[in-house]
Design a protein around this ligand. Structure first.
Ligand code: DGL
Length: 279
């Protein structure tokens, strides 16, 4: 007998083909870290990326607002023939529920569950820090899921709301990032691991490493999410054998987005401004 999950997947992918693109979205440049992880592991897959720069930072928006952005972006990606949606944003992943997932009409991989699954397996981790946006920390998505599987774990969660904007403004390296991070990480001591609970934060990894030292395991989304995308595609029998050009859309074109997208995916990328708001 087929499981509920595989039945649900097959209902959502009845008409999809293996060469169809994977839709990936975030509020801005953060999801590029995840997209790049997917490209690294699955080089034959075509990506359609949507950066909702018009509405960033998501982390300070209401649940209701973020849910409506997700619904619109999902429709946009489904209309472009995507076979799977990767919610490459923790703030958006933290507001997903069954009702919204059903509405999304395509299989979905979020960025929180794969990270939690990999963390709870590591029995050496006893004291774990989580940094993320206000929305993600307030949702308690990480703490509730980790605690449920590992009641022995001590969690230190902190909202670090300025960081995504600092990165969107291009200050992901250097003094500004160091100063803001030092303030936020002050008091988060004796951690075995620190979860970078926002897809923007891998861009700050070097600076975070300098501040917390070498003994803290830094855990972020790109590799584990790419692995989860791969196993979902295998399960759906939709692994591509041929790639086309990736496409990048942003709801408000910024210089930093352009620069970052080129840094990750090369200078000749197709980048289009496309607002989903009704004006
Ligand atoms: N990259 C996002 C996240 O993982 C969103 C940051 C923001 O827009 O606040 O939460």
């Amino acid at each position: 007998m087929r499981s509920r999950r595989s039945l649900a997947l097959s209902n959502k992918t009845k008409y999809a083909t293996a060469r169809a693109p994977i839709g990936v979205f975030d509020s801005g440049v953060g999801g590029l870290t995840v997209a790049s992880g997917i490209e690294g592991l699955l080089p034959q897959e075509t990506l359609i990326y949507f950066g909702d720069t018009e509405h960033l930072p998501y982390g300070d928006k209401s649940r209701h607002a973020i849910r409506s952005y997700i619904a619109n972006i999902s429709t946009f990606l489904a209309d472009r023939g995507c076979k799977l949606i990767v919610v490459a944003c923790n703030s958006a992943s933290s507001v997903l529920d069954d009702e919204l997932l059903q509405h999304m009409a395509l299989p979905v991989v979020n960025v929180i569950d794969p990270v939690v699954e990999s963390v709870v397996k590591n029995k050496d981790l006893r004291r774990i820090g989580v940094i993320g946006t206000r929305r993600t920390v307030r949702s308690e998505a990480y703490s509730a899921k980790i605690k449920a599987a590992r009641p022995d774990v001590e969690l230190l969660e902190k909202a670090t709301p300025l960081l995504a904007s600092v990165i969107e403004e291009g200050f992901y390296d250097g003094e500004v990032a160091r100063l803001v991070l030092s303030k936020y990480l002050d008091g988060m001591d004796r951690m075995d691991a620190l979860i970078l609970g926002c897809t923007h934060y891998p861009l700050l990894k070097n600076t975070i490493r300098e501040i917390v030292g070498d003994d803290v395991l830094l855990i972020d989304a790109p590799d584990v999410v790419a692995t989860s995308v791969k196993s979902t595609l295998i399960q759906m029998d939709l692994v591509s054998d041929q790639r086309e050009d990736h496409q990048f859309f942003v709801s408000d074109l910024t210089e930093n987005f352009q620069e970052m997208a080129r840094l990750f995916f090369g200078s000749s990328i197709a980048l289009t401004e496309h607002s989903l708001s009704e004006h």
